[in-house]
Design a binder for this molecule. Structure first.
Ligand SMILES: NC(=O)c1ccc[n+]([C@@H]2O[C@H](COP(=O)([O-])OP(=O)(O)OC[C@H]3O[C@@H](n4cnc5c(N)ncnc54)[C@H](O)[C@@H]3O)[C@@H](O)[C@H]2O)c1
Ligand SMILES: N[C@@H](CCO)C(=O)O
Ligand code: NA
Length: 917
């Protein structure tokens, strides 16, 4: 005789009752023995099993339902309720999913979390260990396909749990668990054998097999908790949760009946910590069933509602609910709160939040659900609750999240014959329903000339055919002009409860899409206003998502920065940005992201921001050949960041020639490079005109006096109506240093080498010695003051010996310079004999519309003779500062001060863009 063993949790319950002193129903046992000729094994530590001594043929004859109904008979006849289930704030409910229960160590961590919760009463819902539910489904699948490898697959299930238990438990607890596991596995083996023979598993048989994963994980966790001395019971939720099937793959909880059963269960086992199985339940007839997809979350929510818990915490492996899919939007942020409706909307759109039905049970009692990361306990998680009343009503905060759905098609039904004709919409959608298509969004303009709706792309052919059939006559008669299908569409949805009744939200959304050059095919917004749905081309979807997300979620003063020329100044700037970025973000809400660095040979690009701690290595190891055009494209086509700036730290005329194009593209420009402002006048004027006419900014403070506030001082004077008469001074840090230090102790060429070494000179020091660099500064200030001068209009006294002007490189020049030292000694001695010093000065003679650059001798007590180091001194003589000029003095060259000046311009830009002051 073959022996088949079946364990029903309801029978387990009966045994549990016996352990607690209640008597099992004789009638229940009778039904079972009639059907199965079995004996109830009462020795099992948890629940029991029934040894069945009849051929498997009777399984089909009587059907699984009879068996399970028999068990029901036992369970329905219960002992009197003696202890009432307390309800309310003392309860906290936790749910741990399969990943959280994935290994013995994780189960122990779960136990620690549970033990760490100081709530008076705790109910913990657990899923099966990760992958176990799939393994169990696979067993059923194999058995019913008559694949006898189900037996080895069952061994794997056994091994997995045995290994986990051995790791986690010891002594008597381990022995009891293993005995139960053995017994369950042998029952399952028998049941699978029956399924194998029948070649078929009923849904309830399948649910019964599959639910074992939860039974084992719940028992293991309860032992693990007990091990630390805390009393703890485990609950087979099939004894408690009663659900009714409702349509395809859905069930509705029967709250009244479930509450009654929970009361009863609790009266028998009034523990303060209860570990309950997720996912599984039973029908009103006590047939095992499951809560279907994401069932454990649903279990937690239903049970949370039954005990009116203070909170339901869903533990998972992410820090909370993101504002958008983080795989698509690296900038996505964790939301601290979400209303029930928002969570609902988002989960509809495939955001991995919670299944919408999970929210319903807790929503009616306003019980918050908190999503927490079990692997990052420091993350506070996302709380899903009733909309907090005093939440900040900032326009940008109205949108909580963005979601997308791909692989859709739009169907557009168009024609003049629809307007004012009742029933057209009904006919359209009943045609869609008839072919089982799921309509995802609908849009109809009030002119009623067209109705458009989105369906999954795979369903559109059937919908289109159905519509052509349904409207054959209308199409033939011309009342409808077309039934059109547009494939390759996606939906972008913006979700937020506060969008309702807040003007301007959709304007911001559509503005962001427009700026990213994205065409919107259809729009829908219901009058609940929780959701704005936009249909667009699928290939635009991620770009649209990023553009919209960044517009609502990034700080308004997030700046994407492209650095051109990471040499002395550019490199120092990158280091300064690295050191200061966190402070700026924290204190001023300015988020600076360097998304590209290009030198003359290599460039490194990043979509979200280069790690500035290793920019040098990245530029060597993760770089591609430099290409300015694609560098600029990388910046301009980035739709994550709303504001972009190119910082030109080269001395290159060619790079400077592109500023106009960049400004035209809406990219701001900042530079210490003097070439654009001192280049051809017409180009300069064109650039400034464009800049004035647009809201794109161009800053170049470091072109004169490095970090000293020269340009800004001049602008301040001009803009407030002062009249500039004359600007004169020492504009060259290099030449200042040279003449401040050329005092007879070192040779002239030595001092030049020192200036180069100190980083004061231009890449080629001849640009300084020739006076060209000073002439450029004079031109920049002259033009700023309104003079229309060309560089060639400035007479310049060059200090570069005639013979060295054509030297092929800066290095060769430096090598040959010592041969001219004697000449310099002579000039210096002559000046000294007259009590004077040499100084190289620039003059902008605004009154006479002229400029000049010259080597002059000054008396030792003249302010220009008092300088040290690389000091610049600039004197503004104006209508207001006539008697005494306004003087700005300080180091006017060098890496730190120059990069600091460029950095200042970046922050100036941020404040123009709305950063706090
Ligand atoms: N050194 C100072 O004290 C000072 C002060 C004010 C202004 N500036 C200006 O700052 C700028 C940079 O000076 P620096 O001392 O850092 O020079 P640098 O030679 O050290 O750096 C310039 C960098 O630009 C790169 N480069 C050149 N052409 C390029 C191109 N077409 N594309 C990409 N990269 C390119 C070079 O490879 C180099 O890395 C110059 O315009 C200079 O006039 C310097
Ligand atoms: N080479 C320049 C740098 C500052 O523009 C100087 O020496 O002044
Ligand atoms: Na300056």
């Amino acid at each position: 005789m073959r022996s088949l063993a079946v364990a029903s949790p309801l029978l387990l319950a009966a045994a549990a009752r016996r352990r607690h002193g209640a008597s099992a129903s004789a009638s229940g046992r009778e039904v079972i023995s009639q059907c199965w000729n079995c004996e109830i094994n009462q020795d099992q530590p948890f629940g029991n099993s029934i040894r069945i001594g009849r051929s498997p043929g009777s399984l089909q004859r009587h059907g699984s339902k009879n068996l399970l109904a028999a068990a029901a008979a036992i369970s329905v006849e219960q002992a009197e309720v003696s202890t009432y289930l307390p309800k309310g704030d003392m309860w906290s409910v936790h749910k741990f999913g399969g990943t959280c229960m994935g290994t013995p160590q994780r189960i122990q961590n779960v136990a620690d979390i549970v033990l760490g919760d100081s709530s008076e009463r705790k109910l913990i819902i657990v899923s099966a260990m990760s992958k176990v539910t799939d393994m169990m489904f696979n067993l059923v699948h194999k058995a019913q396909s008559r694949d006898n490898s189900y037996t080895t697959a069952l061994d794997e299930v056994f091994d997995k749990h045995m290994a986990a238990a051995k790791d986690l438990l010891d002594g008597e607890d381990l022995a009891r668990f293993l005995a139960q596991l053995h017994s369950d596995i042998s029952n399952l083996r028998a049941m699978l054998c029956a399924i194998f023979i029948a070649g078929h598993a009923t849904e309830s048989f399948s649910d019964f097999v599959v639910g074992h994963g939860e039974l084992w994980s719940a028992q293991m966790l309860s032992y693990a908790i007990k091990k630390s001395g805390v009393p703890c019971s485990w609950m087979d939720t099939r004894e408690v949760l009663v659900v009714k099937p409702s349509g395809s793959n859905q069930v509705d909880p029967d709250y009244l009946e479930s509450e009654k059963r929970l009361q009863k269960w609790f009266s028998r086992q009034p523990a303060a910590t209860i570990i309950a199985t997720g996912f599984i339940a039973s029908t009103a007839e006590n047939i095992p069933t499951t809560l279907k997809r994401d069932g454990s979350d649903f279990s937690a929510s239903i049970i949370g509602s039954l005990v009116r818990a203070r909170q339901v915490t869903i533990w998972t492996d992410v820090d909370g609910v993101f504002s958008a899919d983080p795989r698509k939007v690296s900038e996505a942020v964790i939301l601290s709160t979400l209303s029930y409706q928002e969570a609902w909307e988002m989960s509809y759109f495939g955001a991995n939040v919670l299944h919408p039905r999970t929210i319903i049970p807790v929503m009616k009692d306003n019980i918050p659900i908190v999503i927490r990361n079990m692997f990052n306990l420091s993350a506070p998680g996302t709380t899903i609750c009733k909309q907090p009343a005093n939440e900040n009503a900032d326009l940008d905060a109205c949108v909580k999240s963005f979601a997308t759905i791909d692989k859709l098609a739009l169907v557009n039904v168009e024609g003049t014959g629809m307007a004012g004709v009742p029933g057209t919409a009904s006919a359209i959608f009943s045609a869609a329903k008839d072919v089982g298509a799921n309509v995802i969004m609908i849009s109809q303009a009030s002119s009623e000339h067209s109705v458009c709706f989105a369906v999954p792309e795979k369903e559109v052919a059937a919908v289109s055919t159905a519509l052509h059939v349904r409207f054959r006559e209308a199409l033939a008669a011309g009342r409808l002009s077309k039934v059109e299908v547009i494939r390759g569409c996606s939906i972008l949805a913006a979700v937020g409860l506060r969008m309702a009744s807040t003007p301007g939200v959709s304007a911001i959304l559509f503005d962001a899409l427009a700026k990213a050059n994205i065409n919107v095919r259809a729009i829908a917004q219901g009058c609940s206003e929780y959701n704005i749905t936009v249909v667009l081309k699928q290939e635009d979807c991620v770009r649209a998502l990023r553009a919209a997300h960044s517009r609502f979620f990034l700080s308004k003063t997030t700046l994407a920065v492209g650095i051109i020329g990471p040499g002395l100044i550019g490199g120092t700037l990158l280091d300064q940005l690295k050191d200061q970025a966190a402070v700026l973000k924290e204190n001023m809400n300015i988020d600076l992201r360097v998304i590209g660095i290009t030198g003359s040979s290599m460039m490194h690009l990043s979509d979200i921001g280069v790690d500035l701690n290793q920019w040098k290595e990245l530029l060597q190891k993760e770089a591609k050949p430099a290409d300015l055009a694609s560098f600029v494209c990388h910046l301009s086509e980035n739709h994550v960041f709303p504001n972009k700036v190119l910082v030109d730290c080269t001395a290159d005329t060619n790079v400077a020639s592109y500023y106009y194009d960049w400004l035209k593209k809406g990219i701001h420009v900042i530079t210490p490079n003097k070439k654009a402002n001192s280049g051809p006048l017409d180009r300069y004027l064109k650039l400034r005109t464009l800049q004035r006419a647009s809201y794109t900014h161009y800053f170049y403070e470091a072109t004169v006096g490095a970090g000293l506030p020269i340009i800004s001082t001049l602008r301040g004077l001009l803009e407030t109506g002062d009249k500039i008469l004359r600007i004169e001074g020492i504009f060259s840090g290099t030449l200042s240093y040279i003449f401040n230090n050329f005092e007879g102790t070192r040779t002239f060429s030595n001092v030049v080498a020192e200036a180069k070494e100190a980083g004061y000179t231009e890449p080629d020091p001849r640009d300084d010695l020739s006076g060209t660099d000073v002439a450029r500064k004079v031109i920049i200030l002259a033009r700023e003051s309104g003079l229309r001068l060309e560089l060639s209009d400035i007479p310049v006294k060059s200090l570069v010996p005639e013979a060295l002007r054509s030297c092929s490189s800066a290095d060769k020049f430096m090598q040959k310079l010592p041969s001219f030292d004697q000449n310099w000694d002579r000039q210096r001695n002559e000046a000294e004999a007259a009590g004077e010093v040499l100084r190289y000065v620039g003059v902008v003679d605004v009154a006479n519309r002229k400029g000049r650059v010259e080597l002059q001798r000054y008396k030792r007590d003249h302010p220009f003779a008092q300088l040290s180091g690389s000091d610049n001194i600039i004197a503004f003589t104006t209508s207001r500062y006539k008697e005494q000029p306004l003087i700005v003095r300080g180091p006017g060259a060098g890496a730190e001060v120059t990069a600091g000046g460029v950095f200042c311009d970046i922050l100036r830009l941020a404040s123009y863009l709305g950063a706090p002051s």
